[in-house]
Design a protein around this ligand. Sequence first.
Ligand code: S3P
Length: 172
Amino acid sequence: MKNIVLIGFMGTGKTAVGRRLAGRLKREFIDTDAEIEKVTGKTVAQIFARDGQIRFRSEEALLVRKLAGKENLVISTGGGMVLNPENVRLLKENGVLIALTADPEVICRRGKNKKNRPLLMRGDLRENIKALLKEREGVYDVAEHKVDTGSMSLDQAVENIIHFLKEHNYIE
Ligand code: S3P
C-alpha cells in the first residue's frame, strides 16, 4: 500500500492529523521534522541557527530518499518539504499526497506559543505568516486532495482523509 503523505504550511495540523490517522489505519507514523531531529541529534531550530536553512533542506532531501523505498507509512512533512521538486517526485513515487490548509488567522493562533519554527520567529508573526504563504502560493497544489483543518475538528479531518483514501482505493 502506498504511503500517505501530509503536506502543507506550518500550523495546518500535519503532525496531529498524521499521528491520529496512523493510529486509525494501524500504520507506522513518521514526522520528518522529528526524524531529522533524531538523526542529527539537534532540534530543527538548532539546525537552522547553527548550520543554516540549506543544511536543513539537505537533511530533508536525504530523509526523503530513505523513505522512498518504504510502504504503508503515514508521513507528516515539514512545511518546506515540497519546495524541492525532487522531494515531491520521490514522495509521489510510492505515496499519495494530501495537503492540509488553514487560514492565516488560524495558523497564527496555533503558532503563538511555538518556539520551534525558526522561519516564523523574526518580527511580527502574523506578517511573517502572510508573507511566507504568499511566497509559497501554489506550492501545496501538488497534492491530490486538500483538507481545510481550520473549519473542522481533528477527528473530522482524519475522517475526511479516510473517506478520500477509500473512495480512490488507496486503502480498503
Ligand atoms: C518549515 C516548517 C517546519 C520545519 C522548519 C521549516 C517550513 O515544519 O520543517 O521549521 O519551511 O515551512 P512544520 O510545518 O511541521 O512546522
